[in-house]
Every structure is written in structure tokens, then in C-alpha cells.
Design a protein around this ligand. Structure first.
Ligand code: 6R9
Length: 663
């Protein structure tokens, strides 16, 4: 990234946010509760737990869980996962906010996801049904997946990958992606997955920051009937990364790629060697050993690598998936996210396998070749739980009801939403047209940082469209005003989490100070999520959106700084600012303001060239919706761009406090 990026102005305050947030999910206009069907409630995992604990209601269980969070999490850690050796201390707070969970425990997430199942009847249960964009299907039983992961782990080990190494994975949505991740976990190496929709600069900076000596990619991937040239992008990204010694290449498209001798190796060649045995001794890890890092956009500057660990993380994701999506032995679960994002890490790759579930994974775009693609997948495999994002729902909604109505969707029993606030209109469509009014929607609020659902309904919760309802068991959340006092009902404030939870991030890779500063310093002892929210009089949470320079585009998290860096890396651009503005399908779209260098003239062609340039540097998802050529940008006296002023102007809203604006 270039260093020409102009730093953001001070974090917006709550009142500023209220002034600029467009489509606010209004608690006041949404008073009707949607109640879950009785049989779902009665047979749910959560009710079984309520009864077993001797409580009369879920609310009583919740009260107990937040009075005794350590007892609750330890109970889950004993029930849902297996340990090589039990922990000595449930939670070590001595070096807060560097919390440690299940200290002294020995565990490996791959053992719980695979090894233990093959010793039981689940050995021949279907773990993964994968469907390609072209319609080809591959099915893996737990035994087959276990063998395949073992073969990969043996290859990685033979290539010199050791405990603690960082492996960068840049793959399309194919079975090899979860296989590669699980193989890293088996070896004890950290994976750093870079989403296949990212491009050269994004991949380069992540490889550099992680100092990965080994990169796993493919000759390409299919999306919307076109090939994404992953290997070519990798070649370009590592041209200036001497740290990379080896590139393992999966054959997916059969398209021709350049293989650099001594560096690039075909994975299928390695898997054909005797070293790739289907047996592998899974590394015994400490609970606090790192499992992976995942880069995400933050307030300022380059994306940061958030670190998740082995023990607490798996306890957190297994518990939330068990209770929220109510996973049972005969479910067919489908999370339509990409494994390259945290949703895929927690709720495709690890969570469902730990619980021994059968899941579906689909390679391509939701409306390829027709807008009924997803609904045909639900019908074909008898999907019972579907988890997706508001942007996908809005996108499919546009095509009308006839497409889903052509399919038998009666297998569905629970729906889910994640990534951004779901607007009540999309919620109701999802509920009525897809769920036929029978399937409660689990609107799960969480973050890459939290690792697991934090504010979410469960199958017993009365729902309000657009609200994630209440904190999960063991989680205490609140909305605070600027002074750190609890905000009143329906008053906007900052969303905080009041105590540590097992799947929380442990640090920012290579930058522990930033971890403390970013998440734990706004209000001492509390985790600040970076979201504005409000709580209504029923105690239901309504998340409004980010208060920092993060833009959620189609549910994907992007930083204004990344987009601005990409723009100023073009020779025509002197300075740039990016903001998010409401968009009907994407939720937010990136709008940019560009000051040209001398000698360049504003034109439609140049605007298009800049859009393409950002797409090439960062990835198609970051391509701006609009490029506005301007002569100046509103700045503070200290020279920081005031994005909130740009946003307010674009929305025709009051510009708020301009006292720091440069004269
Ligand atoms: C899982 C994921 C985190 C940010 C988060 C918030 C927004 C996610 C949401 C939601 C309202 C929901 N967000 N889920 N807002 N309701 N159900 O999305 O992680 O990519 O790190 O983004 O997404 O703004 O702070 P991540």
C-alpha cells in the first residue's frame, strides 16, 4: 500500500452517526413479535438444556449463564468437544485484555472436527456435499474427508510446514479450501485465508504481514460462468515477496498457468506420492496456541490479522451453532457464505464438522445460471437450515417470488442472516417466501473479532424483524452513550461487550498494542465493537452500523483507507476519499471523491479506468460505485479528511458540527 493515504478524521460520535445514518432500522415502527412454532421450541437443543439445568424458562437459564459464565463455558467445553488433557484454569484474567481460556488444556480442532467422528458410527455419515457452479457434485463422508485432510497434512509436513508457521490460502470455494485449512490445523500451523474475490495488492499485503513461506492456490476458480485467474494474481502478488518459497497449486479449471520451477508444485502430483498417506498423527496443541489469523479492515490503515486460538474458539463456535441453529444429527445445513470470511471459518469449516453435521457447500454465484439456483439446491439436498446474508436475500428478492415458488422448500426449518442489519422488508420476504412463515430467522450479530455469534435469537426467541434480539448465553452486552453511561431505551449509543468470551480474538498479529487501543481503550475493561446500536424497551438490540471507516459492501468488510490507497496508486490521482452510501442490494456502496493530479482531466473514461483500477488492485468487491471528481475535500485543520461531511452532503443531511473544518 502506498503511504499517501490521508488518515481518517476522529471516530464519529454517536450523534454524528445518527445524523448521517440513512435507513435506520426503527424500533418504534416494529412492535409485532413473530413467535416460533411450538414443536420447534419444544424439541430444540436449547429447551433440552433449560430442562436439564432445572430452569423453568430460557430467561432463567440466561440469567444463570451470565452470573456463572465460567461454569457455563466449562460445561460446554466438556460436552461438545474432546480434550487430550483437561484445562487447569477456565479463564485467566491476570493479563487483561490478553485473556486466556482453558489454560493448560490440550486439544486440536481437527481432532474434534474429524478424527473423533471416524471412530464412531459417523465414520460413514456424509460430512460435505459440494456442488460446483456447473452442477457437478462431490460428496465426502467423514472418513473420506478425514483421509483427504490427512494426506494434505502429510504433504504440508513434507514441505517443511511446522507448528506455528503461517500458511496463506488463496482458493476458490472448492472442497480443497476447507481441506487445506483443516490440514494446517492438524499440523499446528496457522492458516491465513485470503478471500478468492480479493486481488493482487490485498493478497500481497497479507502474505507480507504474515510472512508466509508457503502459499496454496489454484489454477483458477469459477464464478458467474467465468474463470477467476487466481494463479496469475498470486504470481503478481508474490513477485515482490521473497519470503514465499513454495506455491502449491490445485488444479480446478484446467486452464493453462505458468509454473515457476523450484517454487510452484501441483498439489495432485504431491498427493500421488507415497508421503501423502491417509494417516496422520494430529498435533497435540495447547488451548491457547493460535489456530488462524484472518485479515479484516479496521479503522485506519492496512487490514489487520486477527488471531484466533485452538481451545476457546472451538468451544464458542460449537456452542453457538448447537443452540442457535439447533443442529441435530439429521439436519442438512447450508451456510452460503465463503469459507474465506469469518462466517465460513466458524460456521462452514469448523462448527458443523465439530457437531458431526451434514452440510452443503456451493461453489458459485446465487443466480447462476438462473435466479432459482439456490432454491434448487435447497430442494435437491433437502436443506433444513439455511444461513446467508441480507445482501443475497435482497438480490434474490429482486427476481420475484416465482423463482423460489417453483421449488419445494418444505425441508427448511430454520433460517439465518449475518453480515449487516437486515432491513425489515427483506426479513419479511425471507420469512414469508422462503420460510413459508414456519421458519424463525436467526439474525446473528457478530464479527471477525468475536469469532462466534454474540447477539442472536435462538429457536425459542420471539422475533422482531431487523433486530438480532438479545445476547447469547454467557454474553453480556450493552449500549453506552459517549460518557460511558447506559443509553436509555431507543437511544443511539456504542455497542459494548462487558466481559471476555471464549472465541474472542486474542490479539492483532504483530501488533498487540493496536489490539488494546482499538478494542479495549474506549471504555476501560469493556470490548468496543465499533458498531452503533440501540436497545428498545424490551431489551432487544438494534444494530445501526459501523461508527468507524469500515464499509460493509454486500456484507464484505472493506476499509475506506484500502480503497483510497488503491485510488492514489493510480498516476492520475492526487488525493482520494471513500465513503459508504446506502444501496438497495449491497447495503452500502462505495462512493469516492477524487482530486486529480495536474495534467489529467476528469472524464467518464477516466472514471471507468479508476473503477477498474481499484478492482484490479483490491478485488472486484472493492470497485467503487461512483467516482466524483472534485477540486477539494473537506478537511480538519490538521489535514484529516472529514468523511462524515462528504457523507452528509451526499445524503442531503445536516453537516453537523463543522467547528474543526478547515476554513
Ligand atoms: C460476521 C461478520 C462485522 C460487522 C459488525 C456489524 C456487521 C454483522 C450483523 C451486523 C447487524 C447483524 N454485522 N452481522 N450488523 N446485524 N446480524 O459479518 O463479521 O465481516 O467482521 O463484520 O458486520 O457492523 O461490526 P465481519
Amino acid at each position: 500500500m502506498t503511504d499517501q493515504v490521508t488518515r481518517s478524521d476522529a471516530p464519529a460520535t454517536v450523534s454524528k452517526i445518527a445524523a448521517v445514518s440513512g435507513d435506520k432500522a426503527g424500533a418504534a415502527e416494529e412492535q409485532t413479535f413473530y413467535y416460533p412454532p411450538n414443536d420447534l421450541v419444544e424439541t430444540s437443543n436449547i429447551m433440552a438444556y433449560v430442562r436439564e439445568k432445572g430452569f423453568d424458562s430460557y430467561d432463567e437459564l440466561y440469567e444463570w449463564s451470565i452470573k456463572n459464565p465460567q461454569e457455563f463455558w466449562a460445561d460446554m467445553a466438556r460436552r461438545l468437544v474432546d480434550w487430550y488433557q483437561p484445562w487447569d484454569t477456565i479463564l485467566d484474567e491476570s493479563n487483561a485484555p490478553f485473556y486466556k481460556w482453558f489454560v493448560g488444556g490440550k486439544i486440536n480442532i481437527a481432532y474434534n472436527a474429524l478424527d473423533r467422528h471416524v471412530k464412531t458410527w459417523r465414520k460413514n455419515k456424509v460430512a460435505l456435499i459440494w456442488e460446483s457452479e456447473q452442477g457437478e457434485t462431490k460428496t465426502f463422508t467423514y472418513y473420506q474427508l478425514w483421509q483427504q485432510v490427512n494426506r494434505w497434512a502429510n504433504v504440508l509436513k513434507a514441505m517443511g510446514v511446522k507448528r506455528g508457521d503461517r500458511v496463506t490460502i488463496y482458493l476458490p470455494r472448492i472442497p480443497e479450501l476447507p481441506i487445506a485449512m483443516l490440514a494446517c490445523a492438524k499440523v499446528g500451523a496457522m492458516h491465513s485465508v485470503v478471500y478468492g474475490g480479493f486481488s493482487v495488492e490485498a493478497l500481497h499485503s497479507r502474505i507480507q504481514d504474515a510472512q508466509s513461506r508457503l502459499v496454496i492456490t489454484a489454477d483458477g476458480g469459477w464464478m458467474n460462468g467465468k474463470v477467476v485467474e487466481l494463479k496469475k494474481i498470486t504470481d503478481e502478488a508474490i513477485r515482490t515477496s521473497p519470503v514465499v518459497e513454495t506455491v502449491l497449486v490445485v488444479r480446478r479449471t484446467g486452464h493453462e498457468v505458468t509454473m515457476q520451477p523450484g517454487r510452484d508444485v501441483w498439489m495432485h502430483d504431491l498427493l500421488a506420492l507415497p508421503i501423502a498417506s491417509p494417516k496422520f498423527e494430529t498435533e497435540v496443541m495447547d488451548a491457547e496456541d493460535p489456530l488462524y489469523m484472518l485479515y479484516t479492515s479496521g479503522t485506519t490503515g492496512a487490514p489487520k490479522g486477527l488471531v484466533h486460538t485452538q481451545g476457546g474458539y472451538q468451544v464458542g463456535i460449537a456452542t453457538t451453532l448447537h443452540f442457535v441453529f439447533d443442529i441435530k444429527e439429521d439436519d442438512v445445513y447450508w451456510c452460503a457464505a465463503d469459507p474465506g470470511w469469518v462466517t465460513g471459518h466458524s460456521y462452514i469449516v469448523y462448527g458443523p464438522l465439530i457437531l458431526g453435521a451434514t452440510q452443503v457447500m456451493y461453489e458459485g454465484a446465487p443466480s447462476y445460471p438462473y435466479p432459482n439456483r439456490w432454491w434448487s439446491i435447497v430442494e435437491k439436498y433437502g436443506v433444513t437450515v439455511l444461513y446467508t446474508a441480507p445482501t443475497a436475500i435482497r438480490g434474490l428478492m429482486r427476481f420475484g417470488e416465482a423463482w423460489p415458488n417453483r421449488h419445494d422448500l418444505s425441508s427448511l426449518r430454520l433460517l439465518g442472516s449475518v453480515g449487516e442489519p437486515i432491513n425489515p422488508e427483506a426479513w419479511r420476504w425471507y420469512y414469508r417466501v422462503i420460510g413459508k412463515g414456519r421458519c424463525p430467522i436467526m439474525d446473528t450479530w457478530w464479527q471477525t473479532e468475536t469469532g462466534m455469534f454474540m447477539i442472536t435469537p435462538n429457536p425459542t426467541t420471539p422475533l422482531k424483524p431487523g433486530s438480532g434480539t438479545k445476547p447469547f448465553l454467557g454474553i453480556e452486552a450493552d449500549v453506552l452513550n459517549e460518557e460511558g453511561q447506559p443509553a436509555g431505551p431507543d437511544e443511539d449509543g456504542l455497542l459494548v461487550i462487558k466481559r471476555p468470551w471464549p472465541a474472542m480474538l486474542r490479539t492483532i498479529y504483530g501488533d498487540p498494542e493496536r489490539y488494546v487501543r482499538q478494542y479495549w481503550s474506549r471504555f476501560p475493561g469493556l470490548y468496543t465493537a465499533g458498531d452503533a446500536a440501540r436497545k428498545d424497551e424490551d431489551g432487544y438490540f438494534w444494530v445501526i452500523g459501523r461508527i468507524d471507516d469500515v464499509i460493509k459492501v454486500s456484507g464484505y468488510r472493506l476499509g475506506t483507507a484500502e480503497v483510497e490507497s488503491a485510488l492514489v496508486s493510480h498516476p492520475a490521482v492526487a488525493e482520494a476519499a471513500a465513503i459508504g452510501l446506502p444501496h438497495e442490494v449491497k447495503g452500502n456502496a462505495i462512493h469516492t471523491f477524487v482530486i486529480l493530479r495536474q495534467g489529467y482531466e476528469a472524464s467518464e473514461e477516466l472514471a471507468e479506468e479508476l473503477r477498474q483500477h481499484v478492482g484490479k488492485v483490491l478485488g472486484p468487491i472493492a470497485r467503487p460505485e461512483a467516482i466524483n471528481f472534485v477540486a477539494s475535500l473537506p478537511k480538519t485543520r490538521s489535514g484529516k479528511i472529514m468523511r462524515r461531511v462528504l457523507k452528509a452532503r451526499a445524503l442531503g443531511l445536516p453537516e453537523g458540527d463543522l467547528s474543526t473544518l478547515e476554513a
